[in-house]
Design a protein around this ligand. Structure first.
Ligand code: SAH
Ligand code: SF4
Length: 331
């Protein structure tokens, strides 16, 4: 599917024409120009001849069908992964990628091992949501939430990510409320500062994963440039501006960051009024092991006893390698 070609065909026509075609694609999720009945037959034929609405993707469905992974092929042959998670409460969350690979090199992450190939375009990100919007339309449901937690670092593709957020939010297109969109970052403070000034109600998630500089640096090279003091100042400023609680993502790594002392340090670092915690069960991709169940429970209790809200991320899609941090197109 190539949006540029569609725009080329529509060039010179009245602006409402383009809006109409975009509406068919991004609101009605039409997959065939022949279904765009309010266009003239001539125009439909021309569009059919010059453009395609097909999204090239391979689909993998988990055994219990709650997770679907799509491996989408882009025009230049690069591949990206997108995941749909179907929750019991009817929410359908799409986890999108914003880069091919990622340059941030976090030690625990499969995408990080790939390095960065390139940023995705606005349309390449939207196409991922569109793929699942079409998929869900078939059984009468729709995409309710979008999280930027797939491959890549959103703050390194900031402008495109924001354009996507606005398209998703737009009532004439996907119509997904900003509060149902989450952006996760490893802690690039320029991006967090810019986001604070956007005036959007999107959710910010921060991949913290360790409560001290020493531990965090051993897991996440970004901590060398932006140590915890700078990061926390930025996050606190963000909270003051936006007034929405920030989600702290914390991977539970056996014997690395899951001790009682780590929990105590984490509680000291964060204010319970401004942050809530999401403990992530680690999906092994190399040298780390997931924390033992008992340790996760204890860690959670220590923080809860101090008044923090702590959620635990359910493991979606492990069988089809569709879980967080397992997204990598090779291997
Ligand atoms: N680059 C952004 C967003 C993509 S990663 C970020 O780092 O926040 C989305 C989440 O998955 C992050 O919290 C990341 O730390 C986590 N993650 C990475 N590898 C993982 C793994 N193997 N198992 C579970 N979560 C992982
Ligand atoms: Fe990049 Fe996020 Fe993976 Fe780190 S965790 S390497 S920032 S995708």
């Amino acid at each position: 599917m190539n949006l540029k070609k569609i725009k080329e065909v529509l060039e010179g026509m009245p602006a409402f024409r383009e809006k109409q075609v975009m509406g068919f694609i991004f609101k009605n999720f039409v997959e065939d120009f022949d279904e765009m009945l309010s266009l003239s037959k001539d125009l439909r034929e021309k569009l059919k001849e010059k453009c395609s609405l097909t999204i090239s993707a391979e689909e993998f469905i988990s055994e219990n069908k709650d997770t679907v992974k799509a491996l989408i092929s882009l025009a230049d042959g690069e591949k990206i992964e997108t995941v749909l998670m179907r929750h019991e409460d009817e929410r359908n969350t799409v986890c999108v990628s914003c880069q091919v690979g990622c340059p941030m090199g976090c030690a625990f992450c499969a995408t990080g091992k790939m390095g960065l190939t390139r940023n995705l375009t606005v349309f390449e990100i939207l196409e991922q949501v569109l793929f699942f919007a079409r998929y869900l339309k078939k059984d009468g449901s729709s995409v309710t939430n979008v999280v930027f937690m797939g491959m890549g670092e959103p703050m390194l593709n900031y402008d495109n990510v924001m354009s996507v957020v606005r398209m998703l939010n737009d009532k004439n297109y996907f119509n997904i409320g900003a509060r149902h969109i989450s952006i996760s970052t490893c802690g690039l403070i320029d991006g967090i500062k810019r986001l604070a000034d956007e005036g959007l109600q999107v959710n910010l998630a921060i991949s913290l994963h360790a409560p001290t500089d020493e531990k965090r640096l051993s897991l996440m090279p970004v901590n060398a440039k932006y140590p915890l003091k700078v990061l926390m100042e930025t996050l606190n400023d963000y909270y003051e501006k936006v007034g929405r609680k920030i989600m702290v993502e914390y991977l539970m790594l056996d014997n690395v960051n899951d001790t009682d002392e780590d929990a105590e340090n984490l509680a000291k670092l964060l204010s319970k009024e401004r942050f809530f915690l999401n403990l992530i069960l680690y999906n092994p991709t190399g040298r780390f092991m997931p924390s033992k169940g008992g340790n996760v429970k204890k860690f959670k209790e220590i923080l809860e006893n101090k008044g923090f809200t702590v959620t635990q991320r359910y493991r979606f899609g492990r069988g089809i390698k569709a879980a967080c941090g397992q997204l990598a197109t090779e291997g």
